[in-house]
Design a protein around this ligand. Sequence first.
Ligand code: ZN
Length: 324
Amino acid sequence: MTFASIIGHDRQKEILRRALRNRRLAHAYLFEGPEGIGKRLMALALARALVCHSGEGCGDCPSCRKIDHNTHPDLHQLNADGATIKIDRVRQIQKDLSLRPLESEYKICLIDGAEWLNPAAANALLKTLEEPQGKTLMILLTAHPETLLDTIRSRCQRLPFRRLPQQRLAEILESRLELDEVQARVLAALSEGSFKKALGGNRTLYLERRRELIKSLVALSAGSIFPLLDLAQELANDKEQLPEILEIYQAFFRDLLLLLHGRSENDLINLDIREILYRQVRRESVGGLLKKLEALSEGRWHLTRNVNRQLAMEVMLMRISSAA
Ligand SMILES: [Zn+2]
């Protein structure tokens, strides 16, 4: 990943490149912003530029390739992966950083998910941030900077990252994935500016399965229980993608609300299933749609509470299908 191949984030790129050129890198950076928008790619591009034989992060030299394969001995990574980072992992990193670089001028430490540092680990890390030694570079990534210790935040140079504007993301998806304009817009809207979502496993969900999921939902009626139980089971079995599926339903109800309020098609997300939208909107009322949205958000809330998923989905779908 080179700076040039990162899409968007031009200001952030320029700041880092200038610091590299002038050899005025901070000892520690805090890249903050939503998940999946390229913070990690930017951090790796910076790491590459630092270790690269040509000094650019060419992507072809052995050092660049080692960064890409996560085998470079001077790059130390700590990934939270949704679990608390404990103090012993921070201590290990500190030990690694205290040694001389093996192949490059710098030792680099990348902590992805800094909000997962537990208090003891955060305090231990603080020491490294307060007393930077030699040529070390710390890069912390977080989607929740407000949860970090003030003292950690203040010792890093903060670099905020924002989601790409939807229109820009749609244009990029259109050219990169060879999608048509409508599909690209659907994907951009549902991914909320996140490349990770748009390019990852969700692409099939958003573009292909969405249509089926919405069809199954609108086919439900309060009177027939079996299709409802089937759909509840399908959703409950899909633990991984369930949050995104509920977002798909939310976007669908939102489209219907916008149509009921006479908004233009330009504001809609599900443009590729206009026929379903227009058929369905004739059966809906504002009050009913609000109840459905409420049932959805309660369903989402229950899922975060470790409840019986199947039961939560059944109740949610019953409320949706009986709301009028
Ligand atoms: Zn290189």
